[in-house]
Design a protein. Structure first.
Length: 272
């Protein structure tokens, strides 16, 4: 059983909601990302999604786009992101790590090298926003062979037959996009999300986690009631904007940035 499967199975058995924070790798520098990853674990993260910096993050709103710009200004690459995971794994073998991004950097590196490197450093899952299942057979097969999850998005506009096809290719967990917009947009229709999650459960046993629009304990609690977990990204990246590009953040700065995760963890645990 893979590390990610163990994490999701243990959470289900304990009645614990998954808490998945998102960081842009290298924002504002690699050392800062590494420090924040460890603090996020202390605050209750089960899995960490690491964004691979890419110049055209089409599904992301302005907050994460600016985070990507900061990472690219520091010349953070896909290889740097993989090396970051390796350093994190030197002291943490338990927390799930999912790489989230766009296809171009993987195409440049090459699928074989990417999967070899991801396996070497301890990546647990990959979510490529602009890679539909119909075009993913080569990479998906390589990831499956390496026991690395291939995670996909389902949007509010996804039709049922399309959702069934996505679920058939998905492993690890299913990422439900809570709104018709980009990351950082406001969550406005909780009942619509609840109805969609209920429909998805009719044809998948995968954990369903909700992302986009979750920014605090209140929204985490609301979405945690109808799903298996939540993803929080823009709220973290927005706080990171205040860090120096050239310095390691202090313990106090890390604690403040990750305070949203601590409060979300408390809110989710109160649902048990």
């Amino acid at each position: 059983m893979s590390r990610l499967s163990k994490i999701t199975a243990a959470a289900e058995e304990a009645g614990r909601k998954l808490l998945i924070p998102y960081l842009v790798a290298g924002d504002p520098n690699i050392k800062a990302t590494e420090a924040l990853m460890h603090v996020l674990v202390e605050k209750g993260a089960d899995v960490i999604e690491l964004g691979i910096p890419f110049s055209d993050p089409s599904s992301d709103g302005p907050v994460i786009q600016r985070g990507v710009e900061r990472a690219l200004k520091g010349r953070t690459s896909l290889q740097d992101t993989l090396d970051l995971v390796a350093r994190f794994r030197a002291s943490n073998r338990d927390t799930g790590i999912v790489l989230m991004g766009y296809l171009n950097p993987l195409e440049i590196m090459g699928y074989e090298k990417f999967v070899d490197e991801a396996t070497r450093v301890g990546v647990d899952g990959v979510l490529i926003v602009d890679m539909p299942p119909a075009e993913s057979s080569d990479l998906h097969a390589r990831l499956q062979q390496a026991d690395i999850a291939t995670i996909y998005l389902v949007a509010p506009t996804t039709k049922e037959e399309r959702a069934k096809d996505i679920v058939a290719h998905c492993t690890g967990y299913l990422y439900y996009v809570s709104l018709k917009g980009v990351t950082g947009a406001a969550l406005t229709n909780e009942q619509e999300v609840a109805d969609k999650i209920k429909a998805l459960r009719e044809f998948t046993q995968l954990p369903i986690v909700i992302g986009f629009g979750i920014k605090d304990a209140e929204s985490a609690r609301a979405m945690g009631q109808i799903s298996d977990g939540v993803i929080i990204g823009s709220a973290l990246v927005d706080k990171i904007a205040g860090l120096s590009a050239d310095a390691q953040p202090t313990a106090e700065q890390c604690a403040e940035i990750c305070s949203t995760i601590a409060l979300a963890r408390q809110a989710l645990d109160a649902l048990e």
